[in-house]
Design a protein. Structure first.
Length: 277
């Protein structure tokens, strides 16, 4: 029957794949894979010989056309990414949407997701979280985005690559202060899986103490913050009123953040109000 199955794969440990996923991958006519070499190793491990089609992002329109043609011929197809759930910071959304508009059924096969795995082990009691994914590469754009996102009452989940993790964490500390609490989860379900909780100061120290601590893909969770209450505003005002007559605004904001541990953009907005004649 012509259907598109969206199949989640393990994020590291091959034993995490579901029985339903294995049955689906073995039964469909074709598998569209983000990287056929990567997915091919998993299929070989489970002795699945279904024909694969390359589904790289740069060829997304082309492979989507091909998938719809195959579905129109009555073929069944599975969509997979290199690891985890397709379309979640991975290719797949364009293909899924196009297939649905073409009138074919979409069937999700649930499984691993790094964000959910990290959240389950973070120990954060709040019932809600905001999933963000990867921040922008540009330092300036990343800082602006963090200022937009915070403060936030709910926890927020980011993904980050090993070569950017230190700069990202430094930007988080610049925005939120070193006392802000969070969780670093790296290499989830793999041999060197590590989950560390602490303040941003403590997490940055953990990253800097050993180069091996900076290896692997990261999920970064920042705990929710108390939104600016009257008491917090009074705390900010008491510090700013001393500093603003003595030092430049930017420096006053930076010092106030270090003293109060509150979000930089909240302090900055209040400083602008107090600075007005």
């Amino acid at each position: 029957m012509a259907q598109l199955y969206v199949v989640a794969l393990p994020i590291g440990n091959v034993d995490d794949i579901t029985q339903r996923a294995l049955k689906t991958l073995a039964a469909v006519d074709f598998i569209v894979a983000e990287d056929t070499r990567h997915s091919g190793r998993l299929l070989h491990h489970y002795q699945i010989k279904t024909q694969m089609l390359a589904g790289h992002t740069r060829d997304e329109a082309k492979i989507t056309t091909r998938v719809i043609e195959l579905l129109a011929q009555g073929k069944s197809i599975a969509l997979v990414s290199d690891a985890g759930t397709p379309a979640l910071n991975d290719p797949g959304a364009y293909l899924v949407n196009s297939v649905r508009r073409a009138g074919f059924e979409i069937i999700p096969i649930p499984g691993a997701c790094a964000a959910i795995v990290a959240w389950s082990a973070a120990g954060i009691a709040g019932p809600h979280f905001y999933y963000y994914g990867f921040l922008p590469n540009s330092a300036k754009t990343r800082q602006n985005e963090l200022d937009r996102l915070f403060p936030r009452a709910d926890a927020i989940l980011f993904y980050e690559a090993p070569h950017r993790i230190e700069s990202m964490m430094a930007d988080l500390r610049e925005c939120l202060g070193g006392a802000q609490k969070g969780v670093l989860a790296r290499e989830l379900t793999k041999q060197f899986e590590t989950i560390v909780a602490g303040t941003l100061d403590e997490l940055i120290a953990y990253l800097s103490e050993d180069e091996h601590h900076r290896l692997g893909e990261f999920v970064v969770i920042i705990e929710g913050q108390k939104i600016n209450t009257e008491a917090q505003q009074q705390q900010i005002d008491s510090v700013l009123c001393i500093l603003l007559p003595e030092v430049p605004l930017k420096q006053a904001v930076s010092i106030t953040q270090k003293i109060t541990g509150l979000a930089k953009n909240v302090i900055y907005e209040r400083a602008l109000v107090l600075k007005k004649p």
